[in-house]
Design a protein around this ligand. Structure first.
Ligand code: AMP
Length: 192
């Protein structure tokens, strides 16, 4: 089973993905994590992505599509993937369709975590404080920019998937266990 977790920064996609990894043996594919690793390694991609990420903009579609394509070719992806932070533009969503069909893979659910922007700002600043501010983009100014980018460039993929009947929206403001249960119900073919 291959799914997309969709929602703005701080919506809880990473936390929920980690739970699915533990509970279902799925593989979390976070383009944000992959890009941060590239920055640490100072690879060509990392060097190009660093400043873009620090200011809260999106890295080019071409770069992230290539990263995801390579990652989907790894044998462990056969266990089922959770796409976390990808796709983030309609062009990426289109490319994902093509990639999955080329690789003989399916997309089984697109789960949107619906959250309130102001609550998100509080959540992310709390994460920044707890992690000692290890993420350069977890400050209020960049966060507001990331939310703007989400609404302008990523939110248009919601109607894209809704139009196909693939979208399931859940209340991302509920507590983590309630969100996990809703996701499980969707994956097990139940409600929501
Ligand atoms: P995230 O950890 O998912 O919040 O991603 C951190 C940053 O990495 C984003 O603010 C973007 O700069 C970049 N990034 C991650 N995923 C993508 C993507 N699918 N498309 C473009 N940029 C991305």
């Amino acid at each position: 089973m291959n799914i997309i977790l969709l929602g703005p920064p701080g919506a809880g996609k990473g936390t929920q993905a980690e739970r699915l990894v533990v509970e279902r043996g799925m593989v979390q594919l976070s383009t944000g994590d992959m890009l941060r690793a590239a920055v640490v390694a100072q690879s060509d991609i990392g060097k190009r992505a660093e400043a873009i990420m620090d200011r809260g903009d999106l890295v080019s579609d071409e770069v992230v599509i290539e990263i995801i394509s390579d990652r989907l070719d790894q044998p462990d992806a056969k266990a089922g993937v959770i796409l976390d932070g990808f796709p983030r533009t309609v062009a990426q969503a289109d490319a994902l369709d093509q990639l999955l069909s080329d690789k003989g893979m399916s997309l089984d659910a697109v789960i949107q975590l619906d959250v309130d922007d102001e609550a998100l700002v509080g959540r992310i600043l709390k994460r920044a404080a707890e992690t000692g501010g290890t993420r350069a983009d977890d400050n209020e100014e960049t966060l507001r920019k990331r939310l703007d980018v989400y609404h302008e460039q990523t939110a248009p993929i919601i109607p894209y998937y809704r139009g196909r009947g693939a979208l399931k929206s859940i209340d991302g403001m509920a507590d983590m266990d309630a969100v996990s249960s809703e996701i499980s119900a969707i994956l097990d073919g139940g409600a929501a």
